[in-house]
Ligand binder design. Structure first.
Ligand code: ZN
Length: 207
């Protein structure tokens, strides 16, 4: 068995191995109290002397600040790094197939994003519509030119719907035809009265 030197703690009188695990070693001497007792003593001292501890702390803080100040004053500034831009790689010329493949890939990513962010997508579309009324108008115009039959049918459906619901647009149209008034000249009461008459006439027809 290995023989270890031991030491008796002057506080708790316990016989402990004379190693740094059990005793503190300071300025060439072993401290008399074991680490456990030392810790207890320090803790008690702190509790009993808060002013002294605060003073010590303040002194240390000031000392440190002073050292830092001197360090800072004597520091040799590092030479500033000069930014050298990396030479740009020459752009690779893409084949039409590569461009098309990239386009499809981008579309796929965008589609996935739209699927995962329906609410954001809805707002994005709304904003776009608000900012691009002219584009929408041209798109609609193009569609009407490309599909005249569909456009006619759509227009008829819309008119039918307006007629069925006796909307302002529909009523104004009738008033305009019979009186020659312009759309924005027709007073609100006139529209309401005309609507009422139309509704009554329709009801009479069904009787
Ligand atoms: Zn002890």
């Amino acid at each position: 068995m290995e023989i270890t030197e031991t030491k008796i703690c002057k506080k708790c009188s316990e016989k402990l191995p004379l190693t740094k695990e059990y005793f503190a070693f300071s300025k060439g001497y072993w401290i008399g109290k074991c680490r456990k007792c030392q810790r207890k003593y320090i803790k008690a001292y702190h509790l009993a002397n808060p002013e002294i501890i605060a003073r010590h702390r303040e002194t240390r803080r000031k000392k440190k600040a002073e050292i830092n100040r001197i360090k800072k004053a004597n520091r040799i500034p590092k030479p500033k790094r000069i930014y050298v831009p990396k030479p740009k790689k020459p752009k690779k010329i893409k084949t039409p197939e590569e461009i098309e493949a990239r386009r499809l890939q981008k579309n796929k990513i965008a589609k996935k994003w739209r699927k995962n962010n329906p609410e954001k997508e809805r707002l994005r579309r709304k904003k776009w519509r608000k900012n691009n009324p002219e584009k929408i108008r041209l798109k609609k115009k193009k569609w009407r030119e490309d599909y005249p039959e569909k456009a006619k049918a759509k227009s008829r459906r819309k008119q039918q719907k307006q007629r069925n619901n006796v909307t302002d647009v529909y009523v104004k149209c009738l008033i305009k035809a019979s009186t020659g008034l312009k759309r924005d000249e027709i007073p609100k009461e006139m529209i309401e009265t005309k609507r009422l008459i139309l509704k009554l006439k329709r009801e009479l027809k069904t009787m």
